[in-house]
Design a protein around this ligand. Structure first.
Ligand SMILES: [Zn+2]
Ligand SMILES: [Zn+2]
Length: 212
């Protein structure tokens, strides 16, 4: 396979563990749903509703969690590990090991969400929602990975995403939070024209002390 081709990057992506773990979740939730009877209209409605709000989830997680400011309590500074990990990613956007979903998301967050959903909603809807969510996470992981590789966009939509996320990293960290879609930024007013926004001096550090 030619170095730098899409297939070549896909092969390097698949050498990492988290894409396989997320793909296993997609398969497990899909099998679980299949054992719970035929698909119903409510499954389609739940999947469509999730996909409709997914751009907002992406925006909220990136803007409010990954870019959260550290807070001080009794003279000590606290920062979420997800925020710290994202800061490292901003410090070194070319380090591809830093673009993957952190392990704790799969080790305790996903199981906790799974248990919670199965307790709260009918089992067939929980399985559908979880399969859709895991598939979205896999799409996010692959898109984010590819944007940070040397692969040059060919399709119009991917070129748009590529430019969008690179503006976030290299122009101003206060805008362009979407990765698989810019819909959240358009709706929430964080999708300015690149040329209208000054280059931020903190786009690399996110305003914090360099971590390494
Ligand atoms: Zn990134
Ligand atoms: Zn960011």
């Amino acid at each position: 396979m030619r170095g730098g081709s899409l297939g070549w990057h896909a092969r390097r992506f698949s050498a990492h563990l988290t894409p396989w773990a997320i793909a296993a979740l997609v398969a497990a939730f899909s099998v679980a749903r299949a054992t719970l009877g035929p698909l119903r209209w409510s499954d389609l409605a739940v999947a469509a509703a999730f996909l409709a709000v997914e751009p907002l989830i992406e925006w909220v997680v990136h803007s409010w969690v990954l870019h959260a400011r550290p807070w001080r309590v009794l003279g000590r500074t606290f920062e979420l590990s997800a925020t710290r990990g994202h800061r490292r990613h901003h410090e070194d956007p070319l380090d591809l090991d830093l673009v993957f979903v952190p392990g704790w998301v799969l080790v305790w967050f996903a199981p906790a969400v799974t248990v919670g959903l199965f307790l709260l909603v009918p089992a067939h809807l929980a399985a559908t929602l979880l399969a859709t969510g895991a598939a979205s996470l896999l799409a996010y992981e692959w898109t984010h990975y590819l944007i940070h590789t040397s692969y040059r966009p060919r399709s119009r939509y991917y070129r748009h995403l590529w430019r969008h996320h690179r503006l976030h990293h290299y122009r101003n960290e206060g805008s362009w939070f979407g990765v698989t879609t810019a819909v959240g930024d358009v709706l929430l007013g964080t999708c300015p024209r690149g040329a209208d926004v000054p280059v931020s001096p903190t786009a690399r550090t996110l305003g914090g002390t360099p971590l390494r």
